[in-house]
Design a protein around this ligand. Structure first.
Ligand code: SF4
Ligand code: SF4
Ligand code: SF4
Length: 184
């Protein structure tokens, strides 16, 4: 009889311990979610109209490569054969050979669609946010390429180190729910 009571007490003790552990786990989950959502409450964005393509997005971010990437507004792209964001000025041939490309990392990729159209996509893993393609596209093309902070990569620094040196004062901090620029 005595042995049975000891077993019960032990079982109750384990059950109690299990409940406390569960509560502790739940508590830390809620706390971590709270801090995560608080940190994600505000985001840094680039206003593409103000960006002067100074190149600092590639060099001033706390991350390497930068959290800023080139993004493409396909709806305003001309799908041009001669893309000024893709080709070096004065490229001898309109081919994908490395010497003809403006992008230093091969991140901007060209795909034939149908005569005479080509599609341009960005491999974000290769993009360093230098803005060279953006400059070319905005000078002579439709301006469909632009730079933007990618929020899945950005550390959401309180003081963005690119914003401090941005030549166009193009960085804005905005509540995440109010983020308006495309691909934000
Ligand atoms: S030129 Fe620069 S910004 Fe454009 S895709 Fe290449 S690395 Fe990215
Ligand atoms: S907030 Fe930080 S991680 Fe994000 S773009 Fe600016 S410097 Fe880079
Ligand atoms: S630092 Fe500012 S002006 Fe320079 S490329 Fe980035 S967003 Fe554009």
């Amino acid at each position: 009889m005595k042995k049975k009571n000891t077993n019960l007490t032990r079982r109750e003790f384990i059950k109690d311990l299990f409940h406390k552990l569960l509560l502790l786990l739940l508590g830390s989950f809620v706390v971590s979610r709270f801090f995560k959502s608080a940190a994600a409450g505000y985001v840094w964005q680039i206003d593409p109209k103000k960006c002067v393509k100074c190149g600092r997005c590639a060099t001033a971010c706390v991350l390497t490569p930068s959290a800023v990437k080139c993004v493409h507004a396909f709806e305003i792209c001309g799908y041009c054969n001669l893309c000024f964001g893709y080709f070096q000025p004065g490229a001898l041939r309109l081919t994908a050979d490395a010497e003809n490309q403006l992008c230093p990392t091969g991140a901007l990729q060209r795909r034939f669609v149908e005569d005479p159209f080509f599609e341009y996509t960005i491999n974000e893993a290769l993009c360093i946010g230098c803005g060279k393609c953006v400059k070319g596209c905005n000078l002579f093309g439709n301006g469909s390429l632009y730079l933007q902070v990618r929020h899945d990569r950005c550390k959401h620094c309180n003081e963005c180190s690119i914003a401090r040196v941005c030549a166009g004062r193009a960085f804005v901090r905005t509540p995440a729910r109010k983020a308006t620029f495309k691909n934000a």
